[in-house]
Design a protein around this ligand. Sequence first.
Ligand SMILES: Cc1ncc(COP(=O)(O)O)c(C=O)c1O
Length: 446
Amino acid sequence: MGNLTGKEVAQMHKDYVMQSWSKSGVDALPVEKAKGIYFWDYDGKKYADMASLLVCSNLGHELPEIVEAIKEQADKMCFMAPAYASEPKSKLAKMLVEAAGADHFKRVFFTNGGAESNENAIKMARMVTGRTKVFSCYRSYHGATLGASNASGDWRRFAAEIGGANGFVKFMNPQMYRDGYTYGVDDEVVTKKALADLDLQLRYEGPQNVAAILMESIVGANGVILPPKGYMEGVRKLCDKYGILMICDEVMAGFFRTGKWFAWQNFDFVPDMITFAKGVTCGYVQLGGVIVNKKVADYFEENVLQCGLTYSGHTLACAAGVAALTYYKEHNIEQHVAEMHEIVAPFMQKMVEKHKCVGEARCIGLFGALEMVKNKETREPLQEYGVPGTAMPWIFAELKKRGFATFGRENFIEVCPPLIITKEELEEYLPILDEVLTMADEKFCD
Ligand SMILES: Cc1ncc(COP(=O)(O)O)c(C=O)c1O
């Protein structure tokens, strides 16, 4: 390792790697090293990781506490099979149940990442209820395996729909900027209408056939969409009314991204299952899983859990997880996120007031997105959903040129820095966003 030049790394990537969500043979930035909130390319150019890569590097890069825990575990035992108990797996399962709330939650099934977490939660819901259908939102992403992909709402599900998978039903989850404020109505009106629509749709599908409603507690990769007040609680009530299990996908929003262990803890309800990944290890070793409540756990005390993965509860990954969760707790990341939010959220609001191209700023904890528009009056998106365009790629490229690395999609920019970012780092990098938005105003707005 370490004997190739940056050019060679990039060329071999271009020649041999199939890149996610991309045509093959595209250029990729070769990255040599990372530390804290930064990573560096082979020319020594430094980038601030303002999206925590794919909103997973919550504790930044190369955190000594996680690296040391991995090294220590690697020296002792890298991997032990699922049917054996290992200290990191036992410890992590207990820590996760406690973080979710041991009064409701009881056990954890470990997977290798987010998609598998949702996949297995869906299987469990079907086994527990004996029902087939799974309701999920159009404005959502749940992963790229067959079931998780079919549950996802955005266009990334289309390839998985070619062969199909049984029983996936979509409903439209509200977005206030588009469904509420555009029409001059408030949260209460939107919530009431959205819940009535969902109830009706459930009745048309036959609620006795619905195993689960799977939702991101706060939609992430479709633009940090904050649910209108009362909406999630209303969905919970519908689940109770019809004996449906509620699965909250916390893959992106979990582990203090929103300021709490889990994003649903910002609201007034409790799900039946929580799916997680990303922030559980911050990507140092890949890991995911499902935390289940007593009802689901008890079912599998009487019935065989027909879920299994060679690497379920992978020892090295769980050791990274124990180190990450310990760090969140011992360094009071909750408090730090609350303090940094007080810098990021007002800055994002200022961007709305200052720039023609920013329609709305949404931010909870350090989970933020700017909604981009061509015209503030009409709220015409800078780039229409599902239509390839050049405006957003131009913005991301200009940000990257200036050392501000982030991502987004058709019409939003994610602002999700590592949770350990400091005031000084924010003050250094946020003005870059301001600068590029000024250029975007000129270039793209009416
Ligand atoms: C909410 C959510 N669920 C599931 C996934 C899929 O996770 P993975 O890519 O680890 O399979 C993602 C990935 O971004 C996600 O944001």
